[in-house]
Design a protein around this ligand. Structure first.
Ligand code: FES
Ligand code: FES
Length: 876
């Protein structure tokens, strides 16, 4: 470490800019890169959020300047001079309340990160148009805003309600199955509930990373001298400063925290140094001054070529470019059954890499306590698995894990992209070495380069059916580009293999998928986790076979859909919960028939998605209920503690409703707390399992409290365990239960038969039990929005020469804006899941599994072309 103990602090006498904020005169440093930085970093006004500064493409930082709504990250300090700035903090209290009530009542928010900016934009339009503002008129004005969670449907509901003066009285639901407001909806709407970048600690330093310039290069030398001498710099740390392990990882410890001299980079997100300074700007400026000498090698950027015997190793420290192979077969010889089938299809499908684009870039704060030798570290993380983070940080620092606490801070969206650590270990190292609190927040470009993406997968399908359309045999060969480090890539390709056959019965199967290491961006968990890619292909095959048989897509699915007692793909005997697949099909039939009869171009998709990790993994969730003393006649509050990540999906609300119902307590008395001081969670908040695991453990804790008399101050602990699944492809188990729970969905895409414009999506979902139907609808709407983008326009390509992304702006990703989202109708069916608390199945991921194939079928109905490649239509 190069530490400059006497580094000069920023000058207090530098040039300052005077203006007014929320009616008060202020002055700030002119050196801020834009108004947003001045508001957040110097004035501590944090309702404007930083999702993409300085690019101005997410809308999260929208404020008023001289009465006009603008994005603050695009506003130079010179332009601010003498102006009047209004942020959400300065809006009249009654008006703030109207927005908070409307967004809560309409379910207009999930993670909440985008909402304060959207509220300011909505206020500008309502100020102008009053009650004449409709959702249709508002949608184009959200063109400057991105929301990755909601699909905009309920956001527009809420804005319209405010504009029209509709009375909204949101309340928390007191039981399972009741719609109600999201927990913390009001402070989230108003930007008052802090995210990690909103945390301020006295004496806190700021850190920035220096990332590699080459995806595959030996590191010959790292020169930190210029960075050390830069203004405000306290220290520059490299891999030489790591006291413990170099590598971390969720399954394989193969991901270097920093690449040392003598090491080799493996992808565009590799870190070479962390620079710590008095301000974020100084840290970032100095990080750019770190000099690195590279010996550059040609990267492996083609997964198929990386499999060749002569391909060099993609990843430093590994011994093969094959990360994993997932395979199983069942029934008679597939090639023979295919040869005997009345109709067959042979098709290759290709899906694309996708960026999560959660609106809150990764941020970590690490705060040490105590002296050297006795030091402990408190790390604030927005990750999806704080226990994994704690253990890896302890290994990196070479200390006992008991000295590290990782506190989970509800994040601004994740969708799987915050499972791996991003900057947690480097930030922890800096705080540990310097004995000072350190914050590191990634820029949008760094975020895009560092975290794992959705896998591009090439899937070759051979499938057959008999003359009546009964499915016979299926053979699948899949190759997934997993990028450099393992992350959970092997599990994604395992899940793709498991879901490759869709929710159907087959006589014979032969499935194999391979995860390949390349020097492209790391791929890992992303909502759907391999099921999306596989079922885009599977549903395409079903439609092609239906056309050959001469029956409708709906009829083809009805004849083959999996039912309770059937043997599903990998051999699992399906339980009563599998009735949900047919229930979804039956529910959608009338609207399907009606759309076809009216001459619309129609596409149908049917899908399933596991909830939980399954595959023999023992899954445990614990929760604690604690009654606090009241005051006088006022009853005390009730704490409900659990260990799962709230990332907008509503896991806190689930915990609250379960506790309120089971304890018979007013929900307004309940505080939901993520407790990471004791081992309440078990692994990542992933796989659509948060709802059922939280519901099971909170219900158990509530039962313990009732048994124990609900004594004041006593921790009543409850537990929920899933320990009855088995591994995929284990030849010693004839009928493995690879997953305890599946959810099911049928989606209908209705398009204009002449233009192909998508007019409506009907999404029928079996979630077992909808704990809060409002929130479930919101999850589905957001998923459909994401699924339409996946189908039509989203991609995140890398340059085949370099392995670097070709573009790292939000606008380049092809995410659909509000005006492009068609009508989405959500219908819920409830086929309870046996052995699951309240019959819950989960909804986090299934929502976009059937969307892309339904779009493909609708577009085929328009022009007769079968689609095989995603995205199908790149938008502007
Ligand atoms: S942070 Fe300003 S528009 Fe994204
Ligand atoms: S609620 Fe809009 S990005 Fe999460």
């Amino acid at each position: 470490m190069t530490e400059l103990a006497d580094a000069p602090a920023s000058s207090d006498v530098e040039d300052r800019v005077a203006f007014e904020v929320n009616g008060e005169p202020v002055t700030v440093r002119r050196s801020h890169p834009h108004l947003l930085a001045a508001l957040r970093e110097e004035l501590d006004i944090t309702s404007p959020k930083d999702g993409c500064s300085p690019s101005g493409q997410c809308g999260c930082c929208t404020v008023f300047v001289d009465g006009k709504a603008i994005v603050a990250c695009q506003c130079d300090m010179d332009k601010v001079e003498g102006s009047s700035v209004v942020t959400l903090e300065g809006v009249d209290e009654a008006e703030r309340q109207r927005f908070a009530d409307a967004f809560a009542a309409c379910g207009g928010l999930q993670c909440g990160f985008c909402i304060p900016g959207i509220v300011m934009r909505a206020k500008a339009q309502i100020d102008k148009k009053g009650t004449a503002l409709t959702r249709e008129a508002m949608a184009p004005h959200l063109g400057a805003h991105l929301c990755r969670c909601t699909g905009y449907v309920k956001i527009l509901d809420a804005i319209e309600a405010v504009a029209q003066g509709t009375a909204c009285s949101p309340s928390l639901a007191a039981e399972v199955g009741a719609g109600g407001a999201k927990y913390e909806a009001a402070p989230l709407t108003l930007g008052d509930r802090g995210y990690i970048d909103d945390i301020r600690i006295p004496g806190m330093l700021h850190a920035a990373l220096h990332l590699t310039e080459h995806a595959r290069a030996d590191i010959v030398a790292i020169d930190t001298s210029a960075a050390c001498e830069a203004t405000g710099v306290d220290a520059v740390l490299t891999a030489d400063d790591l006291p413990g392990e170099l590598r971390v990882g969720l399954i394989h410890k193969d991901w270097p925290v920093m690449i040392p001299v003598g090491g080799r980079t493996s992808y565009a997100g590799d870190v070479l140094a962390i620079v710590v300074a008095d301000t974020r700007e100084h840290a970032r400026a100095a990080a750019a001054l770190v000099g690195v000498t590279y010996d550059v090698h040609v990267p492996n950027t083609d997964a198929r070529e990386a499999l060749s015997e002569i391909a060099p190793l993609s990843v430093w420290g590994t011994d093969s470019n094959v990360l994993s192979t997932s395979a199983y077969s069942r029934g008679d010889d597939v090639d023979e059954v295919l040869a005997a089938s009345a109709f067959t299809v042979h098709e290759t499908f290709r899906t694309q890499r996708i960026e999560h684009a959660f609106l809150e870039p990764e941020s970590t704060v690490a705060a040490p306590s105590g002296e050297d030798g006795n030091r402990t570290l408190h790390v604030y993380s927005g990750g999806q698995g704080v226990w994994d983070d704690r253990n890896d940080i302890a290994a990196v620092l070479d200390v006992d894990p008991s000295r590290i606490t990782v506190e989970l801070v509800s994040n601004g969206g994740a969708f799987g992209g915050k499972e791996d650590m991003s900057n947690q270990a480097q930030t922890a190292l800096a705080a540990w070495k310097l004995g000072r609190p350190v914050k590191c927040t990634l820029s949008r470009e760094e975020s895009m380069r560092m975290h794992a993406k959705r896998h591009p997968i090439e899937l070759e399908y051979w499938a057959g059916c008999d003359a009546d359309g009964r499915l016979t045999a299926l053979k699948v060969r899949g190759i997934g580009d997993s990028g450099a480090y393992a992350s959970v890539g092997m599990k994604v390709l395992e899940r793709a293999a498991g879901h490759a056959c869709g929710p159907y019965r087959w006589q014979a199967l032969d499935i194999e998928t391979i995860a390949v290491r390349t020097n492209n961006l790391v791929c890992g968990a992303f909502r759907g986790f391999g099921a999306n890619q596989a079922q885009f292909a599977m549903e395409g095959v079903i439609d092609r076979l239906a056309a050959q048989v001469g029956i409708s897509g709906w009829e083809m699915r009805k004849r083959n859909v999996i039912r309770p007692g059937d043997e599903w793909g990998p051999g699992q005997i399906m339980d009563e919960g599998a009735g949900g697949a047919e229930a979804c099909l039956d529910e959608i039939r009338a609207v399907y028939d009606e759309a076809v009869a009216s001459g619309k171009a129609v596409g149908l998709g049917l899908g399933l998605k596991n909830s939980g990790l399954g595959n023999g993994f023992r899954e445990v969730s614990k929760a604690v209920v604690r009654f606090l003393a009241g005051e006088g006649a006022t009853p005390g509050r009730v704490e409900v503690r659990h260990g799962w990540t709230e990332m907008g999906q509503g896991v806190h609300t689930v915990a609250l409703q379960v506790a309120a119902q089971e304890l018979g307590v007013d929900p307004d008395r309940i505080d939901v707390i993520v407790d990471t001081t004791r081992e309440l969670g078990f692994g990542q908040t992933t796989g659509s399992r948060g709802t059922l695991m939280v519901a099971g453990s909170v219900s158990s804790a509530a039962a313990a409290a009732l048994d124990g008399g609900c004594e004041i101050g006593v921790d009543y602990e409850g537990e929920y365990v899933v320990d009855w699944t088995q591994k995929l492809g284990d030849p010693s188990v004839a009928n493995p239960t690879i997953h305890a729970v599946f959810s099911y969905a049928a989606q209908l895409v209705i398009a204009d038969p002449d233009t192909g414009d998508i007019e409506k999506v009907v999404a029928v979902h079996d979630v077992g039990r909808a704990v809060n139907p409002t929130l479930v609808e919101g999850q589905v709407e957001g998923s459909v929005h994401m699924g339409l983008g996946y189908a039509l326009s989203e991609e995140f390509p890398t340059d085949p020469e370099t392995g670097f992304p070709t573009n790292t702006t939000l606008r380049s990703l092809g995410i659909l804006r509000a005006k492009d989202v068609p009508e989405i109708e959500v219908r819920l069916v409830e086929v309870p899941q046996p052995r699951s608390p309240f019959g819950i199945k989960g909804v986090g991921e299934i929502g976009l599994v059937p969307t892309a194939p339904a779009v493909a079928a609708a577009l085929h109905a328009v022009d007769g072309d079968w689609r095989t490649v995603l995205p199908m239509r790149r938008s502007s």
